[in-house]
Design a protein around this ligand. Structure first.
Ligand SMILES: Nc1ncnc2c1ncn2[C@@H]1O[C@H](COP(=O)(O)OP(=O)(O)OP(=O)(O)O)[C@@H](O)[C@H]1O
Ligand SMILES: [Mg+2]
Length: 268
């Protein structure tokens, strides 16, 4: 946690997002996109953001630098919008604001986007499957212009990991699906740079010492309501789910498509 980092001013950027992220200027001169405790999507999404971003940093994935920052009751009370969304004081998850970004388009193959860090895309896919991030939609990557018509891809929004935003110990006993279904994942693996990178990405995750995973889980802020039992279950889940990574199914058909196919067959 960054004890010296203090909020200076709430900025008026409005972000789309169920968790109602806020744009706040801090006394280090940077602004951050802050997700609050008790936001409409629940405090668990802060926990998920924290675990995924911390593990992502360790694995050198293109996650955005973040800080756990403290917001006082006074600062909450000074802003009606915070009360409106039900935010509460204490530790919050703050991701460094990256200006001027674009996002992938839903109704496009996004083949025209020149990504400068294409060599990291396969790693992102394998990582998402490991942590059960089912939310790698088009708007959950940021594309920062870096010149020459190229964009650097940043991974954002890890609120929906462990297959469910609001997991509990029972849900953690279930292992994530290793099918590559999401369009962004398929797009990521389509580039020649991704060839042969899957195995490397799996090896990197398998090589993470158990202690490193334990330390990440132990360091989740105390006021984000994760019990000791839940912390143990998270470690066990991450250790077990990584054993399944060799089962990644690249040819997976999405459930929706499968249903459509079934319907078509019935009609015939
Ligand atoms: N670090 C950042 N820098 C710049 N913009 C950001 C950053 N983080 C988030 N955003 C913007 O805020 C939007 C919402 O962020 P995010 O997807 O993390 O919120 P959310 O509430 O979890 O969303 P969802 O509705 O998908 O659950 C993003 O689509 C993006 O436009
Ligand atoms: Mg989002």
């Amino acid at each position: 946690m960054s004890e010296n980092l203090q909020p200076v001013k709430l900025l008026d950027t409005v972000f789309k997002g169920y968790s109602k992220p806020q744009h706040i200027l801090f006394n280090d001169g940077n602004s951050y996109v802050v997700k609050f405790k008790n936001n409409p999507s629940g405090t668990r999404i802060l926990v998920n953001e924290y675990i995924a971003t911390k593990l992502g940093e360790i694995l050198s994935l293109p996650v955005i630098p973040f800080e756990v920052i403290e917001i006082t009751d006074d600062f909450i009370k000074q802003h009606d919008v915070f009360a409106k969304h039900g935010f509460t004081s204490g530790n919050q998850f703050a991701s460094l604001y990256i200006p001027n970004c674009i996002q992938l388009e839903r109704r496009s193959d996004n083949a025209h986007i020149k990504v400068s860090n294409r060599d990291q895309l396969a790693k992102m896919v394998v990582f998402d499957l490991w942590v059960g991030n089912t939310d790698r939609k088009e708007n959950n990557v940021l594309l920062e212009p870096v010149g020459d018509g190229k964009h650097f891809l940043h991974m954002i929004d890890h609120g929906r990991c462990f297959s469910k935003a609001k997991w509990d110990i029972k849900a953690l006993k279930e292992m994530p699906n290793m099918d590559v279904n999401l369009n962004v994942h398929k797009w990521s693996l389509n580039w020649p740079e991704s060839e042969n990178k899957i195995q490397e990405a799996i090896t990197n995750i398998m090589a993470l010492p158990e202690e490193t995973i334990q330390n990440v889980i132990q360091s989740i802020p105390y006021d984000w309501d994760v019990t000791e039992e839940e912390r143990e279950a998270l470690v066990t889940h991450l250790l077990e789910s990584r054993e399944r990574l060799p089962n990644i199914n690249l040819q997976a058909d999405s459930k929706k498509k499968k249903k459509k196919k079934k319907k078509k067959k019935k009609k015939k």
